[in-house]
Write a protein that binds this ligand. Structure first.
Ligand code: HEM
Length: 425
């Protein structure tokens, strides 16, 4: 029997839930009382369905024809979008997808994925390990003799930046700009990162203008890089994309620009927060930390537990193309469905004692990287970076401690930490 749309007074539009780190409690209630939950729209944003259960997220992620990505994956969408965005979305038939891999649907997505996969296989990642270790040591060398500092600015943001910029062949002078632009893209709602002089600090207008300006600057930068690589091809990922063909045709400039944009953002913001959040989790669980530092062979399972525990990306969104029933709730064609990974990763039906941070948890089938069709392309790199970072960090600074609480990012999309004071010694 189909029930009425179930609502609840928990409002996932409210960014304060995430800023104050209160979302785990909200999801615990939703899993128990409203696992398929209709979140009504606000003056600015559309309403959406929230999926809080692991099994339901698997179902949606594994049915990419019924739950498509090409109508947007970042959230419920604005209630009053710009007319040009509406026209662009309307002109795009489902199945054809957008020009970014993450917003493509099958069959084009499958082909695009096959095309870029080679650079991200376990073999490719393992071959990069010596370089990732050297890059990690360089990051820690720069901390030097300092007794204390900001772990995010000095350490956790620096390794992902070095790795992804290295893969793309971007010169070191460009790394600070990439750091700034990815913060603008995913931290646009946080006053600290807002660059636009529009609206009040933290307002939606300021956020939109910041994100738009950041995107334009990013596209402009990568257009110049493409021009250079066309004139002078190299071995890097961008040169490979320029040569690549899909269905006998080269990728369009827009497809390559979108891929560069996605790689820089996805490669930086998430891994950074897994490393920062991992240090917080270990600091808050001294027994687990001691166990790990006494036996670093536990690092692989510790990395998986850090990923489950921190779930750096909060959600991905799909749009239903048909009417579907999940747990007695009727999801109608055209409605948005948000998959909440932190909730799935603490689902009592899947994980024993899910609120316990256990570095030897087994099994640990978390879905911090998503699952199915769009499973994270960079998961191998992320895992390797987190692993190597903690190996090298504990070797160099075995006594590192938090010197204050994390300064959290104002975002419901990224489980972000902007600043983290630490004593290195
Ligand atoms: C801890 C770090 C990371 C987390 C938690 C994470 C999480 C995710 C998630 C949940 C998705 C699924 C999107 C969906 O189903 O719609 C995804 C996709 C993706 N990620 Fe990651 N990611 C991480 C690191 C990286 C890195 C380092 C890279 C690049 C080197 C990367 C590149 C991508 C790309 C290109 C996609 C799109 C794949 C597709 O649409 O087929 N990610 N990521």
């Amino acid at each position: 029997m189909v029930a009425e749309k179930q609502t609840h007074d928990i409002n996932l539009h409210d960014v304060n839930l995430f800023l104050r780190d209160e979302f785990h409690e909200a999801f615990r209630v939703l899993r128990r009382e409203a696992p398929v939950h209709w979140n009504p729209g606000s003056a600015r944003a559309n309403g959406f369905w929230s999926l809080a259960k692991y099994e339901d997220i698997l179902f949606v992620s594994r049915n990419p024809e019924t739950f498509i990505s090409s109508k947007g994956i970042g959230g419920p969408g604005e209630r009053n979008p710009r007319p040009e965005d509406v026209a662009r979305a309307a002109a795009r038939p489902p199945g054809e997808g957008d020009s970014s891999i993450i917003t493509m649907d099958p069959p084009r997505h499958v082909k695009m994925r096959r095309l870029v996969n080679k650079g991200f296989t376990p073999r490719a990642v393992n071959a990069m390990e010596p370089q990732i270790r050297a890059q990690t040591r360089e990051v820690l060398d720069a901390v030097g003799d300092r007794a204390s500092g900001d772990f995010v600015l000095e350490v956790s943001s620096q390794l992902p930046l070095a790795v992804i910029c290295g893969l793309m062949g971007l010169p070191r002078e460009a790394w600070p700009l990439m750091f700034e632009l990815t913060n603008a893209a995913l931290g646009a709602g946080d006053p600290e990162y807002q660059t636009a002089q529009v609206g009040t600090a933290g307002s939606t207008e300021a956020a939109r203008a910041t994100a738009r300006a950041g995107n334009l600057r990013m596209a402009q930068y990568f257009r110049e890089v493409l021009e250079q690589r066309r004139a002078e091809p190299r071995e890097d990922l961008i040169s490979i994309l320029l040569e690549a063909e899909l269905d006998g045709e080269q990728l369009t400039e827009r497809e390559i620009l979108e891929f560069c944009n996605l790689l820089v953002i996805a490669g930086n913001e998430t891994t950074r927060n897994a490393i920062s959040g991992g240090l917080v989790a270990l600091d808050e669980h001294p027994d687990e930390r001691e166990r790990l530092q006494a036996d670093m062979s536990l690092i692989d399972s510790a990395v998986e537990e850090i990923l489950r525990w921190t779930s750096p990306l909060h959600h991905m969104t799909r749009e239903a193309t048909a009417d579907v029933e999940i747990r007695g709730q009727q999801i109608s064609a055209g409605e948005k469905v948000m998959m909440w990974y932190p909730s799935a990763n603490r689902d009592e039906d899947v994980f024993d004692d899910p609120y316990r941070f256990d570095i030897t948890r087994s099994p640990n089938d978390h879905i911090a990287f998503g699952i199915g069709e769009h499973f994270c392309l960079g998961a191998g790199f992320a895992r390797k970076e987190i692993r190597v970072m903690f190996e090298e960090l504990f070797d160099r600074y075995p006594k590192i401690r938090l010197a204050g609480g994390p300064d959290r990012l104002r975002s419901s999309f990224i489980n972000g930490i902007k600043h983290l004071p630490v004593d290195y010694r």
